[in-house]
Design a protein around this ligand. Structure first.
Ligand SMILES: [Zn+2]
Length: 186
């Protein structure tokens, strides 16, 4: 697993990014018939919150997190979630759900008057927290993934989890430089 350094474009084939680890999460299902993804949702996650570098995010997405390992995990016991893509602190990109399927990342949400964003969104989790600055390598990888998604699906629309679930979700938080991303994608 080597970090993505934005030297070579990422290529999506059969709804999976080539050359990166793919671990199929059971927390996925089909999009409504005829729906193709047209929104990218950026998230931030760490488990327990604020603790970086472990395998717990992956374990959560794969339904193998040990709920007894930490008091915080007790508060989310039984939670079944996933994202299409996780970008770790060093910029490593991992995929868990093919893009033509629904990952379970948005929860109760709406965007431009459309409810349940999981139906039409691609969820990208950045390993981090609302108040820990995200790393340059993560921005580079995020831009690389967004470009590949544009190429494959023509997706232009991008939002933060806090934009589609205001009042309920705060991630990726103030630590994420939204304007920097927009500038890099322009
Ligand atoms: Zn989120």
């Amino acid at each position: 697993m080597k970090p993505y350094k934005d030297k070579e474009p990422l290529v999506i084939e059969n709804h999976i990014i080539g050359g990166i680890p793919f671990m199929p999460s059971p927390n996925s299902d089909w999009r409504p018939e005829g729906t193709s993804p047209d929104l990218i949702v950026v998230h931030g996650i760490s488990l327990p919150p604020g603790v970086l570098g472990g395998e717990e995010i992956i374990d959560l997405f794969m339904n193998r997190l040990d709920w007894d390992a930490h008091t915080y995990f007790q508060t989310i016991k039984g939670l079944r979630v996933s994202a299409h893509v996780l970008i770790r602190r060093d910029g490593t990109v991992m995929q868990f759900v093919p893009f033509d399927q629904r990952a379970w990342h948005a929860g109760e949400s709406s965007w431009n008057g459309r409810e349940d964003c999981n139906d039409f969104a691609i969820g990208i989790e950045l390993e981090g927290a609302d108040d820990i600055l995200y790393r340059d390598e993560q921005y580079e990888s995020l831009v690389g993934v967004c470009r590949a998604l544009r190429e494959a699906y023509g997706i232009q629309d991008i939002a933060r989890h806090s934009d589609i679930a205001p009042g309920r979700k705060t991630d990726p938080g103030d630590a994420f430089d939204w304007y920097r991303l927009k500038k890099m994608l322009a």
